[in-house]
Design a protein. Structure first.
Length: 114
């Protein structure tokens, strides 16, 4: 399955962005979908995951500020990011993980700066 992220950009501290991840197939009900990020000079880290469109979990660093969701009708997963701060600056990647599947998108860059 192919994944394509979009929605990144430059935003001021305290601002919001919504990232999208479009999957090339209808996989959400059988796949754990997740967002990861990689900041400059750091390792990739997990941000949020959603299972079967129902069970969501978040890294402590984004809990209460980010919301993961998905739309089965258009095979799209979202990450709503609010109250952004400079530490959220990173390339954000979506991931699909299931038996026989471990797919990554190419990432979308989020820069939080004034």
């Amino acid at each position: 399955v192919q994944l394509v992220e979009s929605g990144g950009g430059l935003v001021q501290p305290g601002g919001s962005l919504r990232l999208s991840c479009v999957a090339s197939a209808a996989i959400f009900h059988t796949t754990v979908m997740a967002w990861y990020r990689q900041a400059p000079g750091k390792e990739r880290e997990w941000v949020a995951r959603i299972i079967a469109g129902v069970v969501a979990s978040y890294a402590d660093s984004v809990k209460g500020r980010f919301t993961i969701s998905q739309n089965d009708a258009n095979n799209t997963m979202y990450l709503q990011m609010n109250s952004l701060n400079r530490e959220d600056t990173a390339v954000y990647y979506c991931n699909a993980n299931a038996v026989g599947i471990d797919s990554w998108g190419n990432g979308t860059l989020v820069t939080v700066s004034s």
